[in-house]
Design a binder for this molecule. Structure first.
Ligand SMILES: [Fe+2]
Length: 345
């Protein structure tokens, strides 16, 4: 290599080194000015590198005050958080979105989210952890408030449904608690059929309101002893469609109004109000229908004595054989009473 060429090469290498240093410095600036906390710590938690955002997050005036502190001892509000963090990062090599509660220097509590990785030497020994910490206290507080509001709304909704159901008892005291018992049985059948608690709860709500349309039926007709004439029966039958009419504009998560509209339909098309057949009738309505019949036959009515549960079960078995009721739903209901000791509340 000529002397001049060697000088040029040295000059070039020096320039590349300078560029690298500048790049590293500007990258360090970027980290130091990041609004998210950045750190590097020894595995036992001693701070080796930190930025201003992390110092502020931990309640220190400057990075210098924070360096050499042990954030694992001071930081995690509960020791369990630290052990879960250590166990995860050393097993997986990283933690992603790890959320925990931290104590700041003044003792106040904050919620943070961490992304971090473990750096090892050639022998596999841990040299340090490095990562980011984000303060999510406000977000966590807002989420907690929202969850509490949602719980409150659900509670209020449930109480309204139960109150509405109770209100029907005033007009029709002879069938008091009919809806409650149908609700308990519908819920149990849904669970016996392997459906989720969510599905069963929706059914419970529909059952609590299934006869709300009887508000359209004259009270004396509901409680009159003796057989009803055909016109009177027709008037009572209006309640299924009326129930749908009352509830159709309520924004339930599920089509509860439609379940109620179909609760007197029969699979062979002999039911009312629309004479729907087979798959036209939704599963929820098929369950309601079975529970409704069992409860009605088991209980006393103004125009007849109670037939008892055994008779009620024979009745649905017979109706399933005739193709009127869903066989699987009926089988589940029979299992509940005959094998699993279910009793109507
Ligand atoms: Fe009904």
């Amino acid at each position: 290599m000529q002397r001049n060429e060697a000088t040029d090469r040295i000059y070039q290498l020096e320039k590349e080194l300078l560029d690298l240093r500048e790049n590293a410095a500007s990258f360090e600036d970027l980290i130091m000015s990041s609004p998210i906390g950045v750190y590097r710590t020894t595995p036992d938690g001693r701070v080796l590198v930190a930025n201003q955002a992390l110092a502020e997050l931990m309640g220190y005036a400057s990075v210098k005050d924070l360096l050499q502190q042990n954030i694992s001892e001071q930081g995690y509000a509960i020791d369990d958080y630290r052990s879960i963090f250590k166990e995860t990062i050393e097993r997986l090599g990283r933690v992603t979105g790890f959320e925990s509660a931290w104590r700041r220097r003044d003792g106040s509590l904050i919620y943070v989210r961490e992304y971090a990785r473990v750096v090892r030497d050639e022998s596999g020994a841990v040299i340090y952890y490095e990562g980011t910490i984000e303060n999510i206290t406000e977000k966590t507080k807002t989420e907690t408030l929202l969850k509490e509001s949602l719980r409150q709304i659900r509670r209020t909704f449930q109480e309204l449904v139960e109150t509405l159901s109770e209100a029907m008892n005033i007009r029709d005291p002879y069938t008091a608690d009919h809806e409650k018992r149908v609700a308990a049985l519908s819920y149990a059948i849904a669970v016996e059929l392997g459906h989720s608690d969510g599905f069963a709860n929706i059914l419970r709500t529909a059952a609590l309101l299934h006869d709300i349309g009887k508000i359209y039926v004259p009270a004396e007709l509901l409680s009159r002893p003796g057989d009803l004439r055909k016109e009177e029966m027709d008037l009572i039958k209006v309640h299924a469609e009326a129930g749908w009419e009352i509830l159709k504009n309520v924004s339930f998560d599920q089509p509860i109004a439609e379940m109620i509209r179909q609760h007197h339909e029969k699979l062979d098309g002999s039911g009312y109000p629309r004479g729907l057949k087979g798959d036209e009738i939704m599963l929820e309505a098929r369950i309601l229908s079975v529970a409704d019949i069992v409860e009605a036959f088991s209980s006393h009515r103004p125009y007849r004595p109670a037939f008892g549960v055994a008779h009620a079960l024979d009745q649905i078995e017979h109706m399933a054989a005739e193709g009127k009721l869903d066989r699987k739903v009926v089988a589940a209901c029979l299992r509940l009473f005959r094998e699993k000791g279910f009793v109507l509340p």
